[in-house]
Structure formats: structure tokens, C-alpha cells
Ligand binder design. Structure first.
Ligand code: MN3
Length: 233
């Protein structure tokens, strides 16, 4: 190929290929509802840009690769895929869907759980009542959530969940998601109301090893309107 053709036509062709690939892809990286710098100073803009544009985008791309490799997985929603991991008999394919599908679901939920300080809304009366019933107070709930986030060894997530009408705190390793069924631990975690990413990529640029400081800052940017709506849903 001539250099000129590559420079002139090559860029256009590769953009068309990229657009076509995106249009065919089963899953897309969701846009954020706020700017990368909107959560400052609690989560810095560079962390947000890399976290969304590289980490989450990477999970989406690898999930799409995994789904494209097996026609049995085609056309399923992310919840259907994660809710039926046992049906994927190929171990490496199951692992790819578990890790990247979980990564996609968890991050999509995480971005919606955050809002700029001052625009976080507030916990509904029902949510407040459920938190008080489950933990005694909002402060006690945050304390317990912080313990789960701090004691999750290595990478994972801390969760506020609702199960059988009760609120509970739990955590998951790696990218395991509350919507997963049939993986180890083979438990039904219930409905996720709020999740916090405690992978180092979520906080290391600003907080380094100080995960508790990141968890404390998180409470300034929790989208309580979104959490309240999840309880109602
Ligand atoms: Mn992450």
C-alpha cells in the first residue's frame, strides 16, 4: 500500500471499521452523567478519566470479544449472562464473562451511584427507615460499610444490599457482582443498592495506600436519589 493511501484513506477506513464494530457490539461503554472533574476533590479527574475510559472500556471490549466468540451468548442482557454463568461450560469463556461482564455491570452501577457534591439528593424516607432498621442509623451503616470496604483483601467491591426485605453490608472479590448466580461463593446476594469499587485503580493516584480516606470521601458524593430509587424498584 502506498503511504499516501494509508494516510488519506487509511484513517477514514479504520474509523468506519471502528464505527461498524461499535454498532455490532453487544455492549457499550455508558457515558457518565457528569464530567471527569465533577467529583473533585473526592475523586480526581485523572482517576475518573482512566477508570472510565480505560478500565471500564476494557471490560466492555473484552466482554464483547467473549460474547462474539460463542453464539449461545448472543442477544442476552448483562443480567441474563451474569445470572446464568453456570450454563457456560467452557471454563475460560465463563471466566471471561464473569470478570469482564462483572466489571461492566459493577462500573455501570458505580457511575450511577455517584453525583457531584451538592447534587447528591438525599435518602428517601423509605431508605432512611430501612437503614435505621438494619443498622440503627446512617452513621452505623457507613461504619459497617467502611469496615467491609477496608477488610476486602486485594481487589473487590463493598455493597449495601437488600435481601428478603432487610438491608445488609457485604463485599465481593475481584469483579464479582451481586447479580451473579452460580459462582463461588454460590449465594444470592440480593439486590444491590450501593457499591464501592475498592480496586487500587479507583483511588491510588490520589489516596495511594490510604483506602480508608477514599472510603470516607466517597460519602460526600453518593447519589442518594439513585440509591433510594433502587430500593423502590
Ligand atoms: Mn474499577
Amino acid at each position: 500500500m502506498k503511504v499516501g493511501a494509508l494516510a488519506a484513506g487509511g484513517l477514514l477506513v479504520s474509523k468506519q471499521v471502528a464505527d461498524a464494530a461499535e454498532a455490532d457490539a453487544a455492549f457499550m461503554l455508558p457515558e457518565l452523567d457528569y464530567g471527569f472533574d465533577a467529583l473533585e476533590p473526592h475523586i480526581d479527574a485523572m482517576t475518573m478519566e482512566i477508570h472510565h475510559g480505560k478500565h471500564h472500556a476494557g471490560y466492555v471490549a473484552k466482554l464483547n470479544e467473549a460474547v462474539a466468540a460463542n453464539k449461545d451468548l448472543a442477544g442476552k442482557t448483562i443480567e441474563e449472562l451474569l445470572g446464568d454463568l453456570k450454563s457456560i461450560s467452557d471454563e475460560s469463556l465463563m471466566a471471561a464473562v464473569r470478570n469482564n461482564g462483572g466489571g461492566h455491570w459493577n462500573h455501570a452501577m458505580f457511575w450511577k451511584s455517584l453525583a457531584p457534591e451538592g447534587k447528591t439528593g438525599k435518602a428517601s424516607d423509605d431508605l432512611t427507615a430501612a437503614i435505621n432498621a438494619g443498622f440503627g442509623s446512617m452513621e452505623k451503616m457507613q461504619e459497617e460499610f467502611g469496615k467491609a470496604a477496608g477488610s476486602r483483601f486485594g481487589s473487590g467491591w463493598a455493597w449495601l444490599i437488600e435481601k428478603d426485605g432487610k438491608l445488609m453490608i457485604t463485599s465481593t472479590p475481584n469483579q464479582d457482582a451481586p447479580v451473579m448466580k452460580g459462582v463461588v461463593p454460590d449465594t444470592d446476594l440480593g439486590k444491590a443498592l450501593l457499591g464501592l469499587d475498592v480496586w487500587e485503580h479507583a483511588y491510588y493516584l490520589k489516596y495511594q495506600n490510604k483506602r480508608p480516606d477514599y472510603v470516607a470521601a466517597f460519602w460526600n458524593i453518593v447519589n442518594w436519589d439513585a440509591v433510594s430509587k433502587r430500593l423502590e424498584a
